[in-house]
Design a protein around this ligand. Structure first.
Ligand code: MLT
Length: 265
């Protein structure tokens, strides 16, 4: 069942395994493919649901701007269309984390447990928002290449850059395959995202925050600070890797999630 029709969007979604649903939200500008190691690990014990978010991967769209609230509404609509009414375990990386925080605000009843990895609760600075608009326009003119060139040096820790070229190449290829329109729309949506920090204290479900030592995009100390705002939260720091923890350190990432899921069951 690779495609699910929701009002206004045909969503490409991986849906494998049985038991409690674990929903994985990819970062920007990626697709379900970034979660391959988690898909293989958790489908033996969970129903693993990995959508391609609006416009990305095989979920096409023509939007000019997609807010984090819109992405969250899409995830809620997807769960509805899949007849999933029980609260889910939701895990988001970076932009997927911004969306997970929007979902926690808008659909708290949908959440059973929450995992925020390599993400931020703060909004963009004015400078970052201006850069996003500049990059959105450039990508619409020239395609994803300039964005990919700007992002690649900031995505990985030194260990991955030196010893795991296949991970670096896989991420580059997924980014380059995405549509310019989707990239620009999500950039604009991230530029207007609200500050999620004030609503963190309203999150009542068990939460795991996973940071990594060399994350240049979501610095670990900033993540530790926002994790302290969430009432039932554990914070884990994965050493030696950068922003793409689930791909750079899949065993450590999966073990941290697995052990936390067992402890909070
Ligand atoms: C991501 O990994 O999703 C992006 O780096 C998030 C962002 O651009 O803020």
């Amino acid at each position: 069942m690779p495609y699910i029709a929701t009002p206004g969007l045909r969503v490409h979604v991986i849906d494998e395994g049985e038991h409690d649903p674990l929903v994985l939200l990819h970062g920007f500008p990626l697709s379900h493919e970034m979660w391959d190691a988690q898909r293989r690990e958790f489908r033996n014990t969970h129903r693993v649901i990995i959508p391609d978010l609006r416009g990305f991967g095989r979920s096409t769209s023509q939007d000019e701007i997609v807010s984090m609230d819109q992405f969250a509404d899409d995830v809620a609509a997807l769960l509805e269309a899949m007849d999933i009414s029980q609260p889910v375990m939701l895990c988001g990386l970076s932009m997927g984390g911004y969306i997970a925080m929007a979902l926690a605000r808008r659909y708290p009843q949908r959440l059973g447990r929450l995992i925020l990895t390599n993400t931020k609760s703060l909004p963009d600075t004015q400078e970052a928002a201006t850069n996003r608009e500049r990059m959105a326009n450039l990508v619409l003119k020239e395609g994803p290449t300039p964005l990919v060139a700007a992002m690649m040096p900031r995505l990985f820790g030194p260990r991955t850059n030196e010893h795991r070229p296949q991970v670096v190449d896989a991420v580059r290829n997924v980014m380059l395959a995405n549509s310019s329109r989707a990239i620009a729309a999500a950039q604009r949506g991230m530029a207007i995202r609200p500050d999620s920090t004030p609503s963190l204290k309203e999150i009542t479900v068990p939460t795991l925050v996973i940071a990594s030592e060399h994350d240049a995009i979501s610095p670990p100390e900033e993540m530790r600070t926002f994790a302290a705002e969430i009432p039932h939260c554990e914070f884990v720091l994965i050493p030696g890797v950068g922003h793409m923890t689930p791909m750079e350190a899949p065993q450590e990432f999966n073990a941290a999630v697995r052990s936390w899921l067992q402890r909070t069951a």
